[in-house]
Ligand binder design. Structure first.
Ligand SMILES: Nc1nc2c(ncn2[C@@H]2O[C@H](COP(=O)(O)OP(=O)(O)OP(=O)(O)O)[C@@H](O)[C@H]2O)c(=O)[nH]1
Length: 488
């Protein structure tokens, strides 16, 4: 069952970027939210304190009037001026108990109306007043009455009735607005109606309360200002963090990509010199310097190994590895220089018999001497001798003529025979001898399709012919115009 692992599917750059982005979003959001809450509640507290300070003289006045159930005080000009003195106060409503009677004391004030009015008047109050007026009118019509006093009382009664009717009208008009504010605790910010409602206890003995409504438009404007300011600051913080995240992600991921690019190259070509990461003081700098030092060690070891694998340990001649790495260049170089290419396969005769008769260690010693002999036949830097394995050597020559090649081959056979190493298992010679298969090719005849492997095959065939001819012999093949010309 395959498990879905998101983290393993994401690139490091994505992982770093998204995790930090989420963290920053969360931090910016919570910090902004907390700051907003704290700023906003401070502003509300200030507004409430201000409203309380403004309402205190009104509370004093109303408490005094409620105590004596006096409705005249609250309508005096200086009282109305006091209510109107704060621009923000829109209206207030009072519910209290008189200190000297069972009667309830309630009235309201509205800035819109510019007046205070009783709010607890009923139809019975109006009827009672009408009845009182009618009674006064009857008494006035009765002969012998005190007309002046009765007229005064009648006029006052009528004024009172008019006031009752006006107050009842105002109550009907304004009280629905006031009703919704009766259930507040200490204060309430009504954002829908842009009003700050404040409740204060009255200071008369029987008690009561006043609820005042202040215009909260300026406070709500401040709220928008705070929100805008915080949004601006949060956006800036977010943008800055975003740039920081991108910079940090690039600073980690880019060097990793560079390291991966370098490590994908051939070991010999890995080189961190000049890469900016190598100078870094952080962990990535340490990693890059470690990789650089590792690459340099491996490169040195490769050079050492190549050196070792280029030389045949028994004879000191070039190894098969070296032969394989130079053969193509050798053909191309000979072609370019217009010289003759000489390819010699030299093979000790009846060497198996030598080993059998004189022992393998002796066979090794002889092989070493044969190698030295072959090496001594080389005259130019461009020439090379290789031991591909066993008792077989390859000699590569660049000469001015085909005769030179043939001559070197003849000399080689003679030199080895001249060592006079006893070999009783080599019939007809009784000393160690060498057979050579030779290929001579003129550089111009070697077109780019000709490979060293083709030449090897021809030389190998020539070697067999030399062996067949009785050993201690050479057989030469000339490569001309893409054809082989055998020359015994
Ligand atoms: N001592 C020694 N012998 C080796 C080495 N490499 C190969 N030989 C031996 O060389 C012999 C080569 O034998 P063959 O390939 O049969 O050929 P030959 O006996 O030389 O006969 P011809 O090539 O036909 O003349 C084998 O017996 C190998 O064991 C080596 O490094 N040291």
């Amino acid at each position: 069952m395959t498990r879905f692992n998101l983290a393993s599917r994401l690139k490091i750059s994505h992982l770093l970027f998204y995790s930090h982005l989420l963290l920053v979003m969360w931090l910016v959001f919570t910090m902004s939210y907390n700051r907003y809450n704290s700023e906003w509640s401070t502003r509300i507290s200030h507004a409430v304190e201000l409203a309380r300070a403004v309402s205190n003289p009104i509370v004093d006045l109303v408490s005094l009037s409620a105590s004596g159930r006096n409705y005249t005080n609250i309508r005096l000009n200086n009282a109305l001026a006091l209510y109107a003195s704060s621009d923000r106060l829109l209206f207030f409503t009072v519910q209290a108990q008189s200190d000297f009677s069972e009667h309830e004391y309630s009235f309201a004030w509205s800035r819109e109306l510019g007046d205070a009015f009783r709010t607890n008047l009923t139809f019975e109050d109006r009827l009672a007043q009408q009845i009182e007026i009618e009674a006064l009118e009857q008494r006035l019509n009765t002969a012998g009455s005190d007309d002046v006093k009765l007229n005064f009382l009648l006029n006052r009664g009528k004024e009172l009735l008019q006031r009752i009717e006006e107050d009842m009208g105002h109550t009907k008009q304004y009280c629905p607005q006031f009703k919704r504010i009766t259930a507040i605790d200490d204060y309430y910010l009504d954002e829908d109606n842009a009003q700050l409602l404040l409740k204060q206890d009255l200071r008369n003995v029987a008690g009561g309360e006043i609820i005042l409504s202040f215009d909260a438009t300026p406070l709500l404007n401040v709220k928008s200002d705070i929100q805008f300011q915080l949004l601006k600051e949060a956006s800036l913080a977010f943008l800055f963090s975003l740039l920081l995240i991108i910079w940090a992600t690039r600073r980690i991921v880019k060097p990793l990509k560079n390291i991966a690019l370098q490590m994908n190259r051939d070991v010999k070509d890995i080189d961190f010199t000049g890469e900016p990461e190598i100078e870094r003081k952080d962990e990535l700098g340490v990693v890059v310097r470690s990789l650089d030092s590792l690459a340099k060690k491996v490169q040195l070891q490769i050079v050492e190994l190549e050196k070792r694998s280029a030389i045949d340990s028994l004879t000191g001649l070039g190894s098969r590895f070296l032969y394989e790495s130079v053969k193509a260049d050798f053909v191309a170089q000979t072609r370019r220089q217009g010289k003759y290419l000489g390819f010699l396969i030299c093979d000790l005769d009846n060497f198996k018999a030598f080993n059998d008769m004189y022992g393998h260690p002796e066979g090794d010693r002889v092989l070493r001497r044969a190698g030295l002999t072959v090496q001594s036949a080389l005259k130019r830097d461009t020439d090379g001798a290789y031991r591909l394995g066993g008792e077989e050597f390859i000699v590569l020559l660049q000469t001015q003529s085909a005769e030179d090649i043939q001559q070197i081959a003849v000399q080689l056979c003679a030199q080895l025979e001249g060592l006079e190493i006893e070999h009783l298992g080599n019939p007809g010679h009784l000393v160690l001898t060498l057979s050579i298969g030779v290929v001579c090719a003129k550089g111009v005849d070697l077109d780019s399709n000709v490979s060293m492997d083709q030449i090897y095959e021809l030389a190998d065939k020539a070697l067999y012919r030399a062996k067949d001819s009785g050993r201690n012999a050479i057989n030469v093949v000339h490569w001309k115009n893409g054809k082989e010309v055998i020359n015994e």
